[in-house]
Ligand binder design. Structure first.
Ligand code: F6P
Length: 524
């Protein structure tokens, strides 16, 4: 069990005592929205609709101090090897110029100059029409989020396609209609050993044929792997073992974005993230947005028992954010063992989501009347240059209305009065009343972006990165390894061998039967 901090125990007591309903908290404290809202880097973060009283908030901050968040934050920025199970520093903030390590800064600057020049040259030559980005997980989700976000303020100069899944449909669809002569294939893999990326890379290399030497690019921390694969040494771009896959979008991993939208746009993204880095590094915990969000998650997860969280961006250009955060949060903090090898308390929430308002027509029924309380992160954009004003207003109205509905709910008495006013018969009211009642008092956070551009997107992503780190410090877990994905990869290798004619392996009887089923089908 995690070392129990005194403030953890205090929070258990406060949770047991219960917090007044949200409506009461708002009524009794008109300053609550102002007190529980912070702004930075064009982001407005409002946690006043969380089931958090003044006492709870104070104790959460005390917990953050007690858990040593300030020291661990300093360790992160100093490049200490805080990824202890892999004995690595965690220095993705260095990719946006936020660390003081001269050697690392030199590497980052040199690579930045190289990618910028490469992207500018390609764009200036005008020879290429499309970029195919091949990668999976952290080598895919970040660039996919960016491509949509960047489209809010810039037209792409080249067509950008993605192939991630090992399902052949992924690469087939991505290649469909492209010309090998005018397509650049960017293979992105930190390890260069990932099955999906290698198989898609082989398919793309075959498709490129005689153009492979010129048109294939690799971005990797395993230069030798890329060389053996046959990538032209002049077209290999590095990143480093101190950049975790899910924190790597700030590196050459996003080369495709620089090719398509230009390096200036990418610099804006980095500047936005650097701004959030400075805020996270320098602001006291009580006024620190990532800390605020982490403490909210801890309260909901560990003291109110909410195991899920919905992420709903009311912006089509942010529709990949839920998928990106699934990896960022669940791969980072989906752990059960503390740094010192003990059983951790419940950690990462199960993240799911979709763009609003689509999500309203899918899973919001559950959020309003379902059996479990699922906190929601609402994300809204105030000023959207490409959107029609009426559409922006409708998006904002829907977003704000949903969080309000979650707070206020609707009592049975209100429902009965409404139905009566509509002239519904008393017997029918008796049948309908409970079905139309909303419990309310369901928590949410609202993050509002002044505008959606590369800079605010950088700040938003960095906000979530740092939140994940702070939560990991309080849970005393390592947010930067991912051993949990290894076993499945190993077993897939064994089973693939069996499906391709290798000797039978030892499996549970269900798995053996499934392998036999597939083999029989292949043989028929
Ligand atoms: O799924 C595990 C994982 O290692 C992720 O952490 C990573 O982002 C992804 O696979 C892809 O890895 P690579 O960039 O090495 O191909």
């Amino acid at each position: 069990m995690v070392k129990r901090h005194a403030n953890w125990d205090k929070l258990l007591v406060l949770a047991k005592q219960g917090v007044a309903p949200l409506c009461t908290l708002f009524e009794n404290d008109p300053a609550r929205p102002a007190r529980m809202t912070g702004t930075h880097s064009g982001l407005y973060v409002d946690i006043s609709k969380q089931l958090i009283s003044r006492d709870v908030l104070q104790t959460l901050f005390a917990l953050a101090h007690e858990a040593g968040v300030e020291k661990r934050r300093a360790d992160l920025f100093a490049g200490k090897p805080i990824n202890t199970t892999e004995n690595r520093a965690v220095m993705h903030p260095a990719l946006r110029g936020s660390c003081d390590n001269a050697r690392i800064n030199e590497q980052v600057t040199a690579m930045g100059i190289r990618t910028r020049k490469f992207a500018q040259d390609i764009r200036a030559r005008g020879k290429y029409k499309a970029v195919l980005h091949i990668g999976i997980g952290g080598s895919d989700l970040g660039p996919r989020l960016l491509v949509d976000g960047f489209a809010a303020s810039e037209r792409p100069a080249l067509e950008l396609r993605f192939a991630n899944n090992v399902d052949g449909a992924s690469i087939n669809d991505a290649l469909n209609g492209l010309d090998p002569k005018t397509t650049l294939v960017v293979m992105v893999s930190k390890t260069f050993t990932t099955l999906e990326t290698r198989m898609n890379g082989v398919a793309a290399r075959d498709w490129l044929g005689k153009y492979a030497q010129d048109n294939m690019i690799a971005v990797t921390a395993n230069r030798d792997g890329a060389l053996i694969f046959g990538v032209n040494p002049a077209q290999i771009f590095a990143f480093w073992d101190w950049v975790g896959g899910r924190f790597s979008l700030w590196s050459a991993v996003s080369l495709s974005l620089q090719l398509v939208y230009g390096p200036d746009m990418f610099d804006e993204l980095l500047a936005g993230a650097a701004d959030m880095d400075a805020h996270f590094r320098d602001a006291e915990l009580e006024n620190n947005l990532p800390v605020l969000l982490a403490l909210t998650d801890i309260w909901n997860r560990n003291f109110l028992g909410c195991s899920g969280r919905a992420v709903v961006p009311y912006a089509r250009r942010l529709r990949k954010l839920p998928a990106f955060l699934q990896q960022l949060e669940m791969e980072s903090n989906g752990k059960s063992v503390t740094l010192d090898g003990h059983m951790a308390p419940p950690t990462s929430q199960i993240i799911f989501g979709d763009e609003g308002s689509n999500a309203q027509h899918a899973f919001f029924q559950y959020l309003h009347q379902g059996p479990d309380v699922v906190p929601v992160d609402f994300i809204a954009v105030l000023c959207d240059a490409e959107n029609r004003p009426a559409h922006t207003s409708a998006l904002l109205a829907n977003c704000f209305a949903q969080s309000e509905a979650l707070v206020v709910g609707k009592t049975e008495a209100q429902v009965r009065a409404e139905l009566k006013a509509k002239g519904i018969a008393a017997a029918d009211i008796d049948v309908l009343a409970t079905h139309k009642t909303f419990p309310g008092n369901r928590p949410s956070t609202t993050i509002v972006l002044e505008r959606l551009d590369a800079r605010s997107l950088g700040a938003l992503i960095a906000l979530f990165e740092h939140k994940v780190f702070v939560a990991s410090v309080i849970w005393n877990i390592n947010a930067f390894d991912q051993w949990g994905v290894e076993l499945g990869k190993e077993l897939a290798g064994t089973i693939l061998d069996e499906l391709q004619g290798g000797a039978d392996g030892e499996h549970d009887s269900s798995t053996s039967a499934l392998i036999a089923l597939a083999r029989n089908h292949q043989a028929s």
